[in-house]
Design a protein around this ligand. Structure first.
Ligand SMILES: Nc1ncnc2c1ncn2[C@@H]1O[C@H](COP(=O)(O)OP(=O)(O)OP(=O)(O)O)[C@@H](O)[C@H]1O
Length: 458
């Protein structure tokens, strides 16, 4: 059967609905929708599964045993065999089903046919996720989930894990500092970088983590979260004073780990550790996440003296990126661009930032700075982001994987409120005390007057 034939076959129920999309939507609440208006329902998928798989070239020839068994028991024609299908599970965005691949097939075969499957079942997108050898998850998404972001109800949780955005396959993108310790977020102005940072900060604010900020835009981005910050530097001079303190904190933590390692020759293996996570809980220092907003402002130089200070700061950030993970110190760096023009050592620092998030950028060169060493397709996807969809970004990691994501909307007031409410969670770190930002006193809302002033009549 050809692709067209498969399309016509599955197109049948749509024609039968007669009254168009609105009619069908009202009468078939269990039906999930694509942006083109074609429904995908469990029944439709069940009815067309074998023929669509065959049309998409995802079947294999039946085994000799199967041919003999079919011929012996029925008069049916012996058909090619599609991947064995598991239970079809409805989700809030479409359907999910597990497939056991037929011998000789690999996940890439199904992924290569994803576009054909998408058209055959009339859905917005089809995603393939390998589960284990020979088994894949097929996720049919009925509409563009990034248009109006709604995070899944069940989100992964844990220390240093923040579900920060929605992927286009309707799963959550989780920023996990323990697996990807340092990250770089790039984007043109108004592309949604601050929104991304806002989600990270509010997510971490509720956890036992020290949050440190460097915001050389005079603190406009990070000052609203002052109540939950352990330290804030709002200009390059303050940052130049703060970074050596963080380096010292890191070195103290290394000393602590070393002291633990060298206790005695008969120390059990499980007590020997090479990072803070192996230390007993009561001895373990609190993790620190350093946010640097608008990195170019931090590295801006006007004089020869500034240049020396900038070089020192780049070196300190490189050291934190190289050694920070074991000491529980993580970096989240944000900017419009991050290239060699930022000065000596900038590209070396960029290479240490494994997690990459690229919002809308003004030129291909900027997208390449974030995603060029990940995948050329990711660069193209980032260049295609339209200004009408702020918050949309392409994320990538060093493994070469990438995906389109979008943050949900979170107002600054809500984010600031979360930080104020979790101010009691600011950990005790004496070294950072001098950098603790002043928390602005918030105006008390005046109660509504009980007696309304009456206009005086002459
Ligand atoms: N995911 C989103 N959904 C809806 N609106 C968003 C989203 N992300 C950002 N916006 C809106 O887009 C605008 C720009 O966002 P944001 O301030 O985060 O951009 P930015 O990249 O930090 O810009 P700048 O560098 O100029 O500060 C804001 O009005 C914000 O409310």
């Amino acid at each position: 059967m050809t692709d067209l034939a498969a399309l016509l076959e599955v197109g049948g129920p749509v024609a039968a609905l007669g009254g168009g999309a609105a009619y069908a939507r009202a009468r078939h609440p269990g039906v999930y929708w694509s942006t083109v208006g074609l429904p995908v329902s469990t029944a439709r998928l069940l009815g067309s599964y074998s023929s669509v798989m065959e049309a998409c070239g995802l079947t294999v020839a039946p085994s000799r045993l199967r041919v003999l068994a079919v011929k012996a028991t029925t008069r049916r024609e012996v058909r090619p065999v599609p991947p064995r299908r598991g239970i079809i599970r409805p989700t809030t965005t479409g359907l999910r089903l597990r497939l056991r691949l037929a011998p000789g097939q690999e996940p890439a075969d199904v992924a290569a046919s994803a576009e054909r499957l998408r058209h055959a079942w009339g859905v917005h997108a089809v995603y393939v996720t390998p589960v284990k050898p020979g088994v894949i998850d097929l996720r049919l998404v009925g509409f563009d989930v990034l248009r109006k972001v709604r995070m899944p109800r069940k989100l992964p949780a844990g220390l240093l894990k923040v579900p920060v955005a929605l992927r286009e396959d309707a799963t959550a993108f989780v920023r996990d500092y323990r697996t990807v310790p340092h990250g770089l977020t790039l984007g043109a102005t108004l592309s949604g970088k601050s929104m991304y940072l806002r989600h990270l900060i509010t997510g971490l604010a509720r956890q036992p983590v020290a949050l440190v900020g460097i915001d050389c835009k005079r603190g406009v981005e990070l000052a609203p979260f002052a109540a939950r910050l352990s330290a804030l530097a709002t200009d390059p001079e303050q940052a130049a004073a703060l970074l050596p303190v963080l380096i010292e904190e890191m070195e103290d933590r290394y000393d602590l780990i070393k002291a633990r390692q060298g206790i005695a020759p008969d120390t059990p293996d499980e007590e020997i550790t090479s990072d803070i996570w192996g230390l007993p809980e009561h001895e373990r220092p609190v993790p620190v996440v350093l946010f640097v907003d608008e990195v170019a402002e931090l590295f801006l130089v006007a004089t020869k003296k500034d240049e020396q200070r900038r070089d020192e700061m780049v070196t300190q950030l490189i050291r934190l990126a190289q050694l920070g993970r074991a000491a529980g110190i993580y970096l989240e760096i944000c900017g419009q661009r991050f290239g060699a023009e930022l000065g000596k050592g900038a590209t070396m620092l960029r290479a240490q930032l494994t997690g990459r998030v690229c919002h809308r950028v003004n030129d291909e060169a900027s997208a390449k700075m974030a995603l060029g060493d990940i995948a050329p397709e990711a660069v193209a996807a980032a260049c295609a982001i339209a200004p009408e969809q702020p918050g949309l970004a392409v994320i990538g990691d060093a493994s070469g994987g990438w995906s389109r994501v979008r943050t949900p909307y979170l107002s600054l007031a809500e984010a600031a409120e979360t930080c104020s409410a979790s101010a009691h969670l600011v950990p005790h770190l004496p070294a950072l005390q001098p950098f603790r930002p002043a928390v602005p006193v918030r105006p008390i809302k005046s109660p509504t007057p009980v007696v309304r002033p009456q206009p005086t009549t002459g």
